[in-house]
Design a protein around this ligand. Sequence first.
Ligand code: RP5
Length: 169
Amino acid sequence: MAVVGVVMGSASDWPVMEKAADVLAEFGVPYAVKVSSAHRTLDETVAWARQFAEQGGMIIIAGAGLAAHLPGVVAAAVELPVIGVPIASGHLNGVDALYSIVQMPPGVPVAAVGINGARNAGLLAVEILALASTELRDKLCEFRRNQAEKVAAQDAALRGRGGQGERLN
Ligand code: RP5
């Protein structure tokens, strides 16, 4: 049973949204993927979101470009946390989608990550789920430790280049 739904307005969004799916897979979180457009297939989008919630889905990650109605429409359809991913496309390169997602009117919130920030959307979903799962919390701690170790390794490698270490601090 999918716990996180990853929905996007077009298959053209998948190269970005795939990064959210990758994170969920990394953490072993069951997820479902859906292409559905807020303006081209409105009824199907609402029906999908409601069915996902009825079947026990807990969080929706919704990515869209341009005017980017999808995250807001999905958030209006169900009482689940929705994380919006603004996709870079068109003349405004994602700024339009960012504003559209982040400026939801009061009453129907959408959490927004940065433009093309699907990886962070996946991580935020994992962090929300980790509130009720010690297993996920442990995995997150390990993930953060590994991340910190990589920075330390980069630092050590740069310090090895002719004693420039002091400048890095
Ligand atoms: C939005 O319009 C989609 O989310 C996509 O980012 C953008 C362009 O869609 P396509 O023309 O590539 O289908 O609805």
